[in-house]
Design a protein around this ligand. Structure first.
Ligand code: STX
Length: 318
């Protein structure tokens, strides 16, 4: 089993003004003369994480991480009382990636992402295929209604009835037939306590179910109140709009990717983005290498997932 590369620090960081009053945090680590690779974090709204640097050989890659609009160290932060998410959409993020690529003087880069990072990676690559040298995607999520219904409207309650009870607890009974909509209201309530209770419940549900076995440290990190409110608000906003995609758009348009060397990695026991989506993508895009890890959940640091991801970055480093 491959393990993370050693911890490293960025050799350069910055804040990029992307317009609409939004500034995004970015960082570069590894080898400044190495092969450019960008890692797309999850959520949306999850923010980058230093461990994401460590799926790349730092001697071979120039590793770029950034915080998508409204989260992490990007400003303004979506947890603010007066947060306005109207200029935070998938297509704004795709255009931010182009601004960042140009700002860094990168012509083409390897794109790697999991979960929502796979969604954004597909959206970006289907829009700008000529900018992508290779694509590495894990825990495939395409924001189809069936995927949202599975995780946020009751499907996964079949596996986690105990945690589901806690997820729906903040929502008045009369509103439980549309939980995403009900949460959207609670997350923007005038009362900060209501917003935080909702944000923490939302983030607890997600962080408790993304690993095969629950990890208390993961849950603690993702339920810190301002992190949780920003994460939940941004996810909820994207889900209420189905990511601004047409139905099945990302899978349908995967034909545009057939000439890009690509790897898809999916955990069999991924409860957040279940394997049927990765399978549908594999069927539509047979040119991409496809691995179903038999004993893993959703998160990128699950052993079999990490092993397959690093095998892919090592392969493409040559
Ligand atoms: N959201 C899946 C996703 O991208 C539907 C995701 N879930 N949890 C995360 O990301 C964090 C690890 C960032 C908490």
């Amino acid at each position: 089993m491959r393990e993370f590369y050693p911890e490293i620090q960025p050799y350069e960081t910055g804040m990029l003004d992307v317009g609409d009053g939004q500034t995004i945090y970015w960082e570069a680590s590894g080898n400044p003369d190495g092969k450019p690779a960008v890692y797309l974090h999850g959520g949306p709204g999850g923010g980058s994480n230093p461990a994401q640097r460590r799926v790349f050989d730092p001697e071979k890659y120039r590793i770029i991480l950034f915080d998508q609009r409204g989260c992490g160290q990007s400003t303004p932060h979506a947890s603010a009382a007066d947060a306005d998410l109207s200029t935070n959409t998938t297509w704004h993020l795709v255009s931010d990636m182009e601004k960042l690529r140009e700002h860094l003087g990168i012509e083409r880069w390897l794109v790697c992402g999991g979960s929502w990072g796979s969604t954004l990676g597909l959206a970006y690559s289907e829009t700008h295929p000529e900018k992508v040298t290779e694509l590495i995607l894990r825990g495939i999520f395409t924001l189809r209604q069936i995927e949202l219904d599975w995780f946020y409207e009751g499907g996964a309650a079949a596996v986690y009835p105990d945690l589901w009870e806690k997820f729906i607890a903040p929502v008045p009974e009369a509103e439980r037939s549309h939980l995403i909509k009900a949460y959207g209201r609670l997350l923007h309530d005038d009362d900060k306590a209501v917003r935080e209770r909702a944000g923490i419940a939302w983030s607890t549900w997600e962080s408790s179910t993304i690993t095969l076995l629950q990890q208390p440290e993961t849950i603690a990190k993702f339920t810190e109140p301002s992190y949780a409110v920003a994460f939940a608000r941004i996810e909820n906003h994207y889900f209420q709009h189905n990511g601004w995609f047409e139905p099945n758009q990302l899978i349908r348009d995967s034909t545009k990717l057939k000439d890009i060397p690509s790897v898809i990695v999916q955990g069999r026991y991924d409860m957040c983005t279940p394997a049927f989506t990765a399978w549908d993508l594999h069927r539509a895009w047979p040119e991409a290498d496809f691995t179903m890890v038999p004993d893993a959940g959703h998160a990128f640091d699950e052993p079999g997932i990490l092993d397959a991801l690093i095998a892919a970055t090592d392969l493409f480093a040559e």
